[in-house]
Write a protein that binds this ligand. Structure first.
Ligand code: GSH
Length: 207
């Protein structure tokens, strides 16, 4: 059986997994099962009782839920390229943590706005904390001296490049008024070439 990824098109979490699968050269071993996680899809719930995407069915039909364990598993499937190089593990995971934090704060903001209205969501105690977290993480990423790979065709990306890259794209897609590229020039220069990378282009957010 091939690997089976449950996903939807606008999920930043699922996109991170897809980019990683492409970077690992796993596309021929992977089938994509498009589902609506909000529709109580029985097949998804069977694989993930938490009813969230992404969820992965492995070749032996073991299911793995949650983005980071899925990424860890995908990275283990081939030795090269590795998304988690041992020699720079701490700095890669530093970026992965910040990027996942940015995804979480942005996605929760988008969902809260959708279900309770933007004004109420953003004025709530939790809403203010989420927006403040987005600002602080962007500032930290801008100031970070950690070297990241440019998205040129021959670069070997690591997991931090992928998670932070998708997080920034998600903000641009769902929260454009933040205008982060205008306010954080180092990040903007870094991400400038991202869509020339096939894994990012083929999985770009649309709609
Ligand atoms: N902690 C999870 C978050 C995944 C998540 O929230 N996925 C969203 C789509 S972007 C979802 O499926 N939401 C459906 C729901 O919350 O019921 C992960 O890291 O994978």
């Amino acid at each position: 059986m091939p690997l089976e990824l449950f996903l939807n098109a606008t999920s930043p979490y699922a996109r991170i997994v897809r980019v990683c699968a492409l970077e690992k050269g796993l596309e021929d071993r992977l089938i994509l099962n498009w589902v609506d996680p909000w529709a109580d899809d029985a097949e998804l719930i069977e694989v993930n009782p938490n009813a969230k995407v992404p969820a992965l069915c492995c070749e032996d039909r073991t299911s793995i839920t949650e983005t980071l364990p899925i990424l860890y598993y995908l990275d283990s499937l081939t030795e090269r390229p590795t998304l988690l190089p041992r020699e720079s593990l701490a700095s890669v995971l530093h970026g992965v943590g910040l990027g996942m934090g940015l995804v979480d704060a942005s996605f929760q903001t988008v969902i809260a706005r959708k279900y309770t209205g933007a004004a109420d969501a953003d004025r709530s105690h939790l809403g203010k904390r989420r927006l403040a977290a987005i600002e602080r993480i962007l500032s930290r990423l801008e100031a970070d001296t950690v070297p990241r790979h440019m998205y040129t065709e021959d670069a070997q990306l690591t997991l931090d490049d992928i998670v932070i890259g998708v997080a920034l794209d998600y903000l641009r897609f769902r929260m454009p008024v933040i205008e982060w590229p205008l306010r954080f020039p180092a990040l903007a220069a870094w991400e400038d070439t991202r869509l020339s990378r096939r894994s990012f282009y083929d999985t770009r957010f649309t709609g």
